[in-house]
Design a protein around this ligand. Structure first.
Ligand code: SF4
Length: 215
């Protein structure tokens, strides 16, 4: 049986999801600072314990006026070493996913993670780390003003939608984050381990492209 939420979502009236309330002190005070100040602030951030084990922060990369913004979880070993998000095998898969919908890294696309520092041994991000780092992502989004956000993986989706729901249950609908339409799909690193979900991810990208055409 279809729930009220599902029916509303089908009619494009899904509820507006809000960011979880930030505990204080957060990583950075909310401000209307620009790219230069933000890029200077992130590398020196010590707001959570991850600063102790990072090689460097991984800020994000791409077109700062992009229509598309992709948000992942956190840097891995290669990203920590190179300072760029989505390099290595997951990065290659992401590039292929982008190409499938006629997009290219750096051209009308911006890619960032929820966390700017690598969790040791690629462990899952902790709630406190996510809460401390999310203000940076929020600032990136407000500077880019993308037309559409794709949240890749459970942590990005749950953080931006303030939800504990699974990716499987969040897929296939348009949500909003700070007024920006948002679609959920699987994280490329997960897809490398779970080939059957690649087809679902493809469907999500087609859905995202169709949604973009309406924006
Ligand atoms: Fe700061 Fe984010 Fe790195 Fe934590 S993960 S130290 S909040 S930049």
């Amino acid at each position: 049986m279809t729930s009220r939420h599902d029916r509303l979502a089908e009619m494009g009236l899904a509820p507006v999801w809000r960011l979880r309330q930030r505990p204080s002190p957060a990583a950075e005070k909310p401000s209307a600072r620009g790219w230069v100040e933000l890029k200077q602030a992130v590398p020196g951030c010590t707001a959570c314990g991850l600063h102790k084990s990072r090689t460097q922060t991984v800020f994000g990369v791409g077109d700062e006026q992009a229509d598309w913004m992709l948000v992942g979880e956190a840097p891995g070993a290669e990203e920590d070493r190179l300072g760029e998000p989505f390099v290595g095998q997951a990065g290659k898969l992401l590039d292929n996913m982008l190409a499938a919908i006629d997009l290219k890294r750096g051209e009308n696309v911006y890619i960032a993670n929820v966390l700017k520092c690598r969790p040791p041994a690629n462990r899952n991000p902790e709630a406190d780390e996510v809460a401390k780092c999310t203000p940076f992502l929020k600032e990136q989004i407000s500077l880019i003003k993308p037309k559409l956000i794709i949240a890749m993986g459970r942590f990005a989706a749950q953080t931006l939608l303030a939800s504990d729901a699974s990716i499987a249950s969040l897929r296939g609908r348009v949500y909003r984050y700070e007024g920006v339409p948002l679609i959920v799909t699987y994280h490329p690193a997960y897809l490398l381990r779970s080939l059957p979900d690649k087809a679902k991810s493809w469907a999500d990208l087609v859905f995202a492209k169709k949604t973009m055409q309406t924006l």
